[in-house]
Design a protein around this ligand. Structure first.
Ligand SMILES: [Zn+2]
Length: 171
């Protein structure tokens, strides 16, 4: 098990297109283990492969400390199959350390994905898990939560990272 370096906003990999996982093998299982360790080390609740520098369609989510019947999920080659409603929720992102702001997204999300055993699943979610899924899924297409802000909002976020020597990131 290893804690992986997390790529910070400005790193080109966060904007790149990811490709499907070809084989759900031991390498992918080890990656999932390391992604869980990495997000736990920073008290994160979700992490997408591009955030650890990998152009793969895969992300992890861990709601065990957030909700009573929470769990740990690995979403491989996911597809959002439906969304419904609308909700505002404060989001953070491990690629934007210490930056939190409200984001409006659908309230519910249905997702089809493969797990670490290669089994296909469909899951209808709402609440915090839907929010994690929608945020992390965006990472797979190079979209970031900062994209939901207007120019002034983006500037504020960049300034906050710049002040702490985190932006621009060294790729
Ligand atoms: Zn994120």
């Amino acid at each position: 098990m290893a804690i992986l370096p997390v790529r910070i906003y400005g790193d080109a990999v966060l904007r790149e297109i990811t490709t499907p996982v070809q084989n759900i093998d031991e390498t992918i299982n080890a990656l999932a283990t390391n992604m869980f360790a990495t997000q736990a080390a920073q008290r994160g609740i979700g992490l997408a492969a591009p955030q650890v520098g990998l152009r793969l369609r895969m992300f992890t989510a861990d709601t065990t400390e957030l909700v009573k019947d929470g769990g740990k999920y690995v979403f491989i080659n996911p597809e959002i199959i439906d969304t419904a409603g609308s909700a505002v929720y404060e989001e953070g992102c491990l690629s934007f350390p210490g930056v939190y702001f409200d984001v409006r997204r659908p309230k519910k999300a249905g997702i089809r994905y493969y797990d670490l055993n290669g089994s296909e699943h469909e899951l209808e979610t709402d609440g915090v898990l839907a929010r994690i899924i929608l945020h992390e899924y965006d990472h797979l297409d190079g979209r970031l939560y900062i994209d939901t802000l207007d120019d002034a909002g983006k500037e504020k976020v960049e300034e906050s990272l710049r002040e702490r020597g985190l932006f621009p990131a060294r790729s």
